[in-house]
Write a protein that binds this ligand. Sequence first.
Ligand code: SAM
Ligand code: DTB
Ligand code: SF4
Length: 349
Amino acid sequence: MSTPLDPIDDERNAADQPRHDWTRAQAEALYDLPFADLIFRSQSIHRRNFDPNRVEIASLLSIKTGGCPEDCGYCSQSAHYRTGVKATRLMDISAVVQTARRARDAGASRFCMAAAWRNPKDRDLDQVCAMVSAVKDLGMETCATLGMLSEDQARRLQEAGLDFYNHNVDTSPEFYGQIITTRTMQDRIETLGFARKAGLKVCCGGIVGLGETIDDRLGMLMLLANLEAHPESVPINMWNEVDGVPVNNTAERPDPISLVRVIAVARIMMPGSVVRLSAGRQYMTDELQALCFVAGANSIFIGDVLLTTKNPQTSRDASLLDRLGIASKLDSVSAKVQIADEAAVKAAV
Ligand code: SAM
Ligand code: DTB
Ligand code: SF4
């Protein structure tokens, strides 16, 4: 092995002593380990902090789709690009609760409500708070992702029963400006700070496959791991391809081995965080997903659609988890569960 790994100290890296001082050299040294050594380290750390045979099941609903004023270069919902996604109004509470109940009955323990906003208007936030309280009453963990928040909005969401706020850094600080120009990385960090201050748990990660380098992938992980507190959830999305967005000019589907390495490094750097294998599972083989779980991923979204793009069918996920010996409520339900309604599944790109 060419690069000495000292002073990486896995013992010091238990969840109760999380580190926030990761250097680029250490991140690179981990990423470059021979594959078996990297996976052994990440799986050992995973086992010290989690049940290795458990995967969290979350479900996602777009409560307000499209027409977004932001220019995120990967996104089907930005009003800046012609992607064929139709803008909708904020959903009724009853329809949201109905979808959440279906997701719960299909085996999901967390329900994430997403809106294509730069930031919520106060009037809309009242409606989202009512949704959050109603979903919480179903006995589910609640998560929302609504764009930038003010301190007061974060507090109101927390009081309504919100458990998690999702707001991603998306990529490395160096690559960020090539993907988004309408909000800065600093804006995002500020919203994450307001969420924390309000007592919300933080769900924060990013995307691979936009055309970023491996250094960018590691830069994103370092940014997350060196935050004052590690996000409780870290979604790693692989870009779900969308026609008509600028990222098509640079995008490259990551080498599957690189994806597994990224997951393993995330697990080692943020040992107590739940790492979600998020968008992009539609392109992954069962074997690749299994490797990601072994490397330390321990959460997925179920449902045939994410927000506007496809996700594996729940029956396929049920079969995969079952064959891996990962207990879930999914294997006890009908093989034909459809959480989103028919129209959303047809519209998914
Ligand atoms: N509009 C809100 C915002 O961006 O703050 C919340 C929803 S937005 C869709 C949440 C995250 O989903 C983005 O930050 C990005 O990381 C991820 N995402 C969006 N489109 C994606 C795509 N096509 N493939 C993979 N991930 C995507
Ligand atoms: C996250 O990191 N991934 C989810 C959730 N947070 C909101 C969103 C994935 C969206 C995939 C693209 C789409 O379906 O439009
Ligand atoms: Fe809007 Fe969110 Fe899409 Fe960016 S990622 S364009 S903020 S919906």
